[in-house]
Design a binder for this molecule. Structure first.
Ligand code: C5P
Length: 237
């Protein structure tokens, strides 16, 4: 085990769920965490929160050191409200809602995620989510960089057309008017940036199980992952 993963951390199983945007990582991770009674890390939210914090505190999106400082000092906690299924981020005392999920925020997050110092600043914060009885970690580099000793590493894929369709339906369902063609272009551009960056590029860890979700519904993916998890002796408390 790498020293960075923390002493005793091996006792706490991690399920790493990686893959591009719109592939179903978030839904799968929530189902798994709920079913197993594990904690949940939405690492993308941390990158989005840094992007949002930068806007609020007038830190330029090309100021690598300023962004890294912000990431290290980010005054955020995740709180579970009475009706919440998942914990919500509270940034400097204010509950952050839909603005975190906007395409704009995702795009800003993807730009700042290319800076090595920003990634380094968020590393310890992400690893601190690893607490008993276990953790489901959702992101791009959970299995390859943040939790290299994860008990199970899943990398989800789906065609870019299918992911754009899913995102389109999600936005239309929320009453947000969008066009499919530009959405597809934005998703492709973000994929390319995430895949080609020099530090922690999005790619399956060498020991990851790759699952194509293009034609597989969430129930099918969930069953497949739970089967592998149980074969590896990963179970809830
Ligand atoms: O998953 P989500 O869309 O919320 O992530 C927003 C952006 O944050 C991604 O496009 C990616 O650039 C970055 N990210 C990352 N590493 C992670 C999670 C997210 O670089 N582990």
């Amino acid at each position: 085990m790498s020293a960075a993963a923390g002493e005793g951390a091996i006792q706490v199983p991690v399920i790493a769920i990686d893959g591009p945007g719109g592939v179903g990582k978030g839904t799968l991770s929530r189902h798994l965490a709920g079913h197993l009674g594990f904690h949940l890390l939405d690492s993308g939210a941390l990158y989005r929160l840094v992007a949002l914090g930068a806007k609020e505190q007038s830190v330029a999106l090309d100021d690598e050191q300023g962004l890294a400082d912000l990431g290290r000092q980010l005054d955020v906690e995740f709180r579970l409200g009475a009706d919440d299924e998942i914990a919500r981020p509270v940034l400097r005392g204010r509950l952050v809602g839909e603005e975190l999920r906007s395409e704009r925020c995702g795009d800003d997050a993807s730009r700042i995620a290319g800076y090595p110092r920003v990634r380094e600043a968020l590393l310890a914060r992400q690893r601190a989510f690893r607490r008993p009885p276990g953790l489901v970690a959702d992101g791009r580099d959970m299995g390859s960089v943040v939790f290299p000793d994860a008990a199970l590493k899943i990398f989800l894929t789906a065609s870019v057309e299918e992911r754009a369709q899913r995102r389109y339906k999600q936005l239309i369902g929320k009453g947000i008017g969008v066009n499919l063609a530009p959405l597809l272009g934005e998703i492709s551009a973000r994929d390319k940036r995430d895949r080609e960056r020099s530090v922690a590029p999005m790619k399956p860890a060498s020991d990851a199980v790759v699952i194509d979700t293009t034609t597989l519904g969430i129930d099918g993916v969930f069953e497949q992952v739970m089967k592998i998890a149980s074969e590896r002796g990963i179970s809830g408390p």
